[in-house]
Design a protein around this ligand. Sequence first.
Ligand SMILES: [Zn+2]
Length: 246
Amino acid sequence: MLLETLLSFLRAHLLRFVCLLACCGGAGLPLCAQVPNLTPGSKVAEAEVQRRGAAAFFGVEELPDSIVRLMRGCTWRPGCPVPLARLRYLRCLHRNAEGEAVVGEMVVNAQIATEVAAILRTLFDSGYPIERMVLADRYGADDERSMRANNSSGFNYRTIAGTRRTSKHALGLAIDINPLYNPCVKRGRDGKQHVQPATATRYADRSRRFPYTLQPGDLCCRLFQKQGFQWGGSWKRTKDYQHFER
Ligand SMILES: [Zn+2]
C-alpha cells in the first residue's frame, strides 16, 4: 500500500523530478521554469500569468546549449575567470512601468543564482518596475549599448568601464538594474563628472524623480542588501546606482 502510494506520487511528479535533476547541477535549489520557451523581452498576458501561476515562469538552470552558443565569443571568452559550468541561466518575469508582465532572462554565478532568482520573484510579485532584462549578448556584449537600452543584466566578461580592472560582472557576481535611469557617476581627475551610459546625464541628479529610480531603502536595494550584496549607489567616490555585487 505504501509502495503503491509512493509509486503514484512518483508518477505524478516524474516530470518535476526529471527537470529537477537536469537543472540543479549541484547548485542547490531550483527548478526549470515550467514554461521554458518564451522569448526574452516578450510580454505575457495577465490571464496567462494567473492561469499558470508566476512560479511556472521562474527557474534556474545550467546554461542551455543555445545560450552557450550565444555567449561564446560574446560575453564569455577564453580567459574568463569563471567557467561556463559555474554560470546559471535564470528565467523569470518582471513588470515594466505599465505593470505588464515581461519575460526576463539573466546569467549569474551559480553561487548567487538561487538568491537572485528569489529577489527577482519578489520584485515581480511586488510590481517593482524593471523595463528590460535580456542577456548582454543580445547587445553584442556591449555594456554601453545595453545600458542605453535600460537593460538589466548580470554576467559579462568585461573590465570596469573606463578602467583595466576586471568587473564583478566578469565573475557573474554583479547585477545592474534599470541602468539608464541609474547611471554610474564618477568624478574624473580633471574634476569633470563622467556618466555611464553617456545618454544618462539627466539621471545623474538624484534629487529629481523619474521612473525606475533606485533609491536608498527602496525594495530592490533592501532585497539585494539583505542577501549580502553591496549597492554601488552607497559607494563614496564612484556612485554606481544601477549596480549590486557580492
Ligand atoms: Zn554593474
